[in-house]
Design a protein around this ligand. Structure first.
Ligand SMILES: *Cc1c(COP(=O)(O)O)cnc(C)c1O
Length: 385
């Protein structure tokens, strides 16, 4: 049985990825070269969106999308507490107020009715999160947004390759955000992307990435050096090494997804009988992307606390993780006035959940080790009861 430590997620780097990065290092451009367009067009084509704009991180991409949506001081955006804090932070960067709405108890994505109830005359955007790789209720959210004149910015950092009613995530919302951090499906080192079908939003995202500069001014004909800074932006560019790595990894995205789907199916088959262990949900109108494999432990039915299962697995060299501490429970958000108890479903899920190892290069031996150790934890419990 394998004794090496098994992370909850990790990158899968092959020789062709290394060659792609090395060839950039031998070229003339380490940033702003041909790999940027190659990576962007690869992702745009894959998700079925007209535009893809690469950023230095998923967080930068979220920030740009919020800015492109015209969100500013005094505005509000509605998002899920069941996410990494970057989703809500993107609103704070623009001086806006994150407003949380509770999640559905099955998919653990935003509850559309809770979103509708949270809309005020200050609301500008809705930021659903495709938690673990399960798409949020995108059609319902887009319909709600249309009725209220809002923009949907989908945090799809977990969900590249997921489908929603037969459409790929990245082509459904006004803007969708991907991350290429090494724990996600596609590793670029750091990196992120906005995809959109809207020409105007795409141009705003591009400008925001590059100091708000317009490099296509009428004066250029007479003054070839000319450019005009027309709004405030950042340097959120993604370098050529990262673009080359991301584009190379994208060539195996389907293989990556089918490995995850295989392991998800195997986990469900192997763990379905453990009393009080709740498997992740997959709605019949989606194909899950399985960035995470979050199980839930019902303490009453299992006679086990998440805390003790977490510790027991960590002691057995299985580096499980908890996704997520609800964002409103962080000290910074408590200072902003949010209170524990406001989002009971997200808070209960947080007490129960734990993410098992799930990644492209997970081996049969590693998978078996995780399953055997879980079964042993459950059987030892029986002795004590
Ligand atoms: C990873 C992640 C982000 C941030 O992406 P970075 O590339 O790490 O900046 C945002 N939202 C969610 C849900 C994520 O998982």
């Amino acid at each position: 049985m394998s004794q090496e430590s098994i992370p909850y997620s990790r990158q899968d780097i092959r020789e062709e990825d290394i060659e792609a990065v090395v060839s950039v290092l031998r070229s003339d451009f380490l940033t702003g070269g041909t790999q940027l367009d190659f990576f962007e067009s690869t992702v745009a084509r894959y998700v079925g969106a007209k535009h893809a704009i690469a950023f230095s991180s998923g967080t930068a991409a979220l920030h740009a999308a919020v800015a492109a949506a015209g969100v500013g001081a005094g505005d509000e955006g509605i998002t899920s507490p069941n996410t990494f804090c970057a989703t809500a932070n993107s609103l704070l960067y623009q001086g806006a107020r994150p407003v949380f709405a509770d999640i559905r108890s099955d998919s653990l994505t935003l509850d559309v009715d809770a979103v509708a109830a949270a809309i005020t005359d200050k609301t500008k955007v809705i930021l659903p999160v495709d938690y673990a790789g399960h798409p949020a209720d995108l059609d319902e959210l887009m319909a709600l947004a249309q009725k209220q004149g809002l923009i949907v910015i989908e945090d799809a950092c977990h969900a590249i390759g997921a489908t929603y009613r037969n459409r790929r995530v990245g082509s459904v919302s006004h803007m969708s955000i991907f991350s290429f951090h090494p724990v996600k499906h596609i590793a670029a080192g750091e990196g992120g992307m906005v995809t959109t079908n809207d020409d105007d939003l795409a141009e705003k995202c591009r400008r925001f990435r590059d100091h708000g500069v317009n490099r296509n001014t009428p004066q250029m004909a007479e003054e070839p050096w000319h450019y005009a800074m027309e709004s405030l932006g950042h340097n959120f560019r993604l370098d050529e090494m990262s673009c080359a790595l991301g584009a190379s990894q994208m060539q195996r995205v389907e293989e990556n997804l089918s490995a995850r789907r295989h392991w998800a199916k195997k986990y469900a088959e192997a763990l379905g009988d453990l009393e009080g262990l709740v498997l992740p949900f997959e709605s019949s109108d989606v194909e899950h992307a399985w960035h995470l494999y979050p199980i839930r432990i019902d303490a009453k039915k299992s006679q086990l606390e998440r805390q003790s299962v977490f510790k027991a697995l960590r002691d057995r060299n299985i580096r499980v993780q908890v996704h997520y501490i609800p964002v409103h429970m962080h000290p910074y958000y408590q200072e902003l006035g949010w209170r524990v108890g406001q989002f009971p479903i997200a808070e209960e899920v947080y007490q129960q959940t734990l993410s098992l190892p799930m990644f492209h290069a997970l081996t049969p031996g590693q998978w078996e080790h995780v399953v055997n150790e879980l079964k042993e934890i459950w059987s030892q419990r029986k002795c004590h009861v």
